[in-house]
Design a protein around this ligand. Structure first.
Ligand SMILES: Cc1ncc(C[n+]2csc(CCOP(=O)(O)OP(=O)(O)O)c2C)c(N)n1
Ligand SMILES: [Mg+2]
Length: 365
């Protein structure tokens, strides 16, 4: 009855292709074509500019709370670009570039942050789930969609976003377990931005990596440089191809950083140092990828300015459209979840109605 080492088959790799200054490791060059390469740059710029605009809109009282993605643009933009329209993308809440790429009008996403339920409605034919704020709840939805694909014999895959904090939720582990046991075509993509509001990564889990959690569920984990758009693109493409060819799930841990506030209701100076933030700002994914494209001869300052101008004009038009959204009745908050409201909510509804009347904000319908 000896003691012996059990050999665990799956592996955890680390992948990085562009260095901190955007210099390419030629041995790992994925050979992304010119058009797609520039489209990825534009998409990251869309995410950054939407973010900037949304923070301003929130500060001016024109939308509600907003959760920015600054510093994390490469994670979701490069990953979502790997998905075909028939595939599904299951969102968390820090992926504005993903929604744009999948064909959501910007004003729809603005409506979400403005508190309109219409902000949760995907456009016809878009195989996406809307923003999910209850962390990791979306992992079970992704697993369920992937299970449906497998039962139907579809040759598609699901990409599911989650945060490092989300990996401590039961939903995350249940989804991973089921996906592993049933060998489902799903890629769990964890944007490890080092913080879950004020909780740092080292207090989140004793695991050396988040990627290695996949091993317990019987599939591979991959850690990659989440501020390197090429590494994200290559790692996700491989995982999606594996899923579609019957190879089962993958867990990707993208190492990145939330440079901005957790949401516009947060003050990160209370729990982290500027020094830490500055270290990551130097690894900003946009200039890194921009430098790489300049070296490839695909971008110069004139082209960058023209792309930026187009993006800003699109955002301005979306804000105008969002602000012309017809006001809905605030009483809707209570009216569409229950057929019959429980007593507690009935009394809250009455209280709210009286408050709106007092403030002259009541609607007649
Ligand atoms: C089920 C659930 N519990 C608690 C919260 C409150 N909450 C909002 S964001 C957050 C931290 C999430 O951190 P992480 O998963 O790392 O995502 P990040 O915000 O860093 O992108 C928490 C605890 C929530 N939204 N849902
Ligand atoms: Mg986080």
């Amino acid at each position: 009855m000896p003691r012996k080492q059990i050999k665990i088959k799956p592996k955890v790799e680390y992948l990085s292709i562009l260095d901190g200054k955007g210099k390419l490791d030629e041995s790992l060059d994925p050979g992304l074509d010119d058009e797609r390469s520039v489209a990825l740059f534009r998409l990251m710029l869309v995410a950054r500019r939407i973010d900037e605009r949304c923070i301003n809109l929130q500060r001016q009282g024109r939308i509600g709370t907003y959760g920015p993605c600054r510093g994390q643009e490469a994670t979701h933009c490069a990953a979502t670009m790997c998905m075909d329209p028939e595939d599904w993308v299951v969102h968390a809440y820090r992926e504005p570039g993903s929604f744009y790429h999948r064909g959501w009008p910007m004003e729809t996403v603005l409506r979400f942050w403005g508190g309109y339920e219409e902000g949760c409605q995907p456009p016809d034919g878009v195989n996406d789930t809307p923003i999910a704020v209850p962390i990791a709840s979306q992992c079970l939805h992704a697993m369920g969609i992937a299970w449906g694909m497998k039962l139907r014999g579809d040759n598609h895959a699901v990409l599911c976003y989650c945060g490092d904090g989300g990996t401590s939720e039961g939903d995350f582990h249940e989804a991973m377990n089921f996906a592993g046991a049933y060998h489902l075509p799903v890629v769990f993509f964890v944007a490890n931005n080092q913080w879950a509001i004020s909780l740092p990564r080292d207090k989140q889990t004793a695991s050396e990596t988040i990627a290695q959690k996949a091993l317990a569920y019987g599939f591979d984990g991959l850690q990659l440089d989440g501020n390197d758009a090429l590494a994200v693109h290559v790692g996700t493409t491989e995982a999606v191809e594996k899923a579609k060819s019957g190879g089962g799930p993958t867990l990707i841990e993208a190492m990145t950083y939330r440079v901005s506030v957790h949401t516009t209701a947060d003050d990160p100076t209370k729990y982290r140092s500027n020094k830490e933030v500055e270290k990551w700002v130097k690894l900003d994914p946009i200039p890194r990828y921009e430098n790489y494209l300049i070296r490839r001869g695909l971008l110069d300052q004139k082209k960058i300015d023209a792309i930026d101008e187009g993006v800003l004009a699109e955002i301005a038009a979306a804000v105008e459209s969002y602000e012309s959204t017809e006001e809905t009745n605030p009483m809707d908050t209570f009216d569409y979840t229950y057929d019959e409201l429980p007593a507690e909510l009935l009394s809250q509804r009455q209280e709210y109605k009286e408050a709106l009347e007092r403030e002259g904000l009541a609607k007649t319908s």
